[in-house]
Design a protein around this ligand. Structure first.
Ligand code: CXF
Ligand code: ZN
Length: 372
């Protein structure tokens, strides 16, 4: 069918709204009419080239939800009219990782930046009108009015789910909340230091609070973002990492935070070094943010790593299991425990996507959301 979506023709570049042809679903696929999609910084990393993909043009977007409008042949479990939230990481349910409770590391994820169908790598679910293949970001491309996806990427949710808010569960909420609860293993009474209070950081705050942290210290240079962090449970919000570290030390007899979570917009090794300096002996640094894919090296004093047994852990989708954790977080949202409405600063039309990213860069948004 004919549709429209935000594509990147080359990196560095900008989003451009293009007419698209969207494939009918094959077996184990769904075609979905999109309702809403969050503007995650990772899509911006695709436009800058920090996060290269295998095929350009690529249609962006990896955080969204919509309504099933066509189900592939012999594809049980889904019906036209079902609401789904996408998981930007497919979960096959069968590989070593899926079967041991690490769906975020499903082996299918290796194909997530390839753009083509992973079971038929020369075939693309999206095309330009002249037949040029269009890669799908993370196999889903939520910046399109309609998209066809593998069922492995779609989590069915109840009919009363407000997708215009719950779309955040596809990335920001699971990534941030899970960075604190799962990857960081925050425990009751902990002091947690969070660098960056965008869509991920504000959810990391909530995860830390839900896990029982006594102090949740957020560092962000933007006053508005600090205020939002405080409104969703941060106990302290400061402008600089030096202030944040000093506060963490003041609460811990000089030792430092139990867990530090790095969710800044564009990460460098230096951010990890700063977080590393902010945690106590055996403390954990959770690295969630993305930066340039070619960046290597983390400046940490080796002796401190070894003698203090500090830990640095990468975190992908907050070490969450999409099939279990998206419904769980939806339940917390519906119960009023997880705040999402408060994190959605502005809604945009698809055609205004570049304005949305401008607002993100200017610090005007926690999360911008496209409403289709
Ligand atoms: C990212 C992880 C790397 C691929 C794009 C999505 N996660 C969250 O935004
Ligand atoms: Zn994301």
């Amino acid at each position: 069918m004919k549709s429209r979506g935000a594509i990147i023709r080359q990196a560095p570049g900008k989003f451009e709204i293009a007419d698209l042809l969207v494939d009918d679903p094959r077996q184990n696929e769904l075609r979905v009419k999109m309702v809403a999609s969050g503007l995650c910084h990772s899509d911006d990393h695709m436009t800058t080239g920090d996060l290269p993909v295998a095929v350009y043009p690529v249609c962006g977007g990896h955080e969204g939800g919509g309504i099933v409008e066509a189900v592939g042949p012999n594809t049980p479990g889904y019906e036209v009219g079902d609401k789904v939230i996408f998981s930007f990481l497919p979960a096959c349910g069968k590989c070593r990782w899926c079967s041991t409770g690490h769906q975020n590391l499903c082996d299918l994820g290796a194909n997530a930046l390839l753009g083509a169908r992973w079971d038929d790598p020369t075939s693309f679910r999206l095309q330009l009108e002249d037949g040029t293949p269009v890669g799908q970001a993370l196999g889903i491309s939520t910046f399109a009015e309609h998209t066809t996806v593998a069922v492995d990427s779609a989590i069915k949710v109840p009919a009363d789910t407000p997708l215009e808010k719950a779309c955040l569960l596809g990335c920001a909420a699971g990534t941030g909340w899970g960075s604190a609860v799962n990857t960081g293993g925050v425990r009751a009474g902990d002091t947690v230091l969070i660098l960056g209070s965008g869509g991920i950081g504000a959810n990391a705050v909530q995860g830390a609070v839900h896990a029982g942290a006594a102090r949740v210290i957020v560092v962000d240079p933007v006053a508005f973002k600090r205020d939002v962090a405080l409104s969703v449970g941060a106990t302290h919000a400061v402008e600089t990492v030096e202030e944040g570290t000093a506060l963490a030390q003041s609460f811990t007899n000089g030792q430092g935070a139990d867990v530090a979570i790095v969710t800044v917009g564009v990460i460098t090794g230096d951010h990890i070094g700063q977080a590393f300096a902010g945690v106590r002996k055996q403390g954990t640094v959770v690295v969630t943010a993305l930066g340039n894919a070619t960046e290597v090296g983390i400046p940490v004093p080796l002796l401190e790593l070894i003698l203090f047994e500090k830990k640095i852990k990468g975190s992908l989708f907050g070490s969450s299991n999409p099939r279990a954790d998206i419904p769980k977080l939806l339940d917390l949202y519906q119960a009023g425990i997880l705040k999402l409405d408060e994190l959605i600063t502005t809604e945009y039309a698809l055609d205004d996507i570049n304005q949305g990213y401008e607002d993100m860069h200017a610090g005007r948004n926690i999360r911008g959301v496209i409403r289709f």
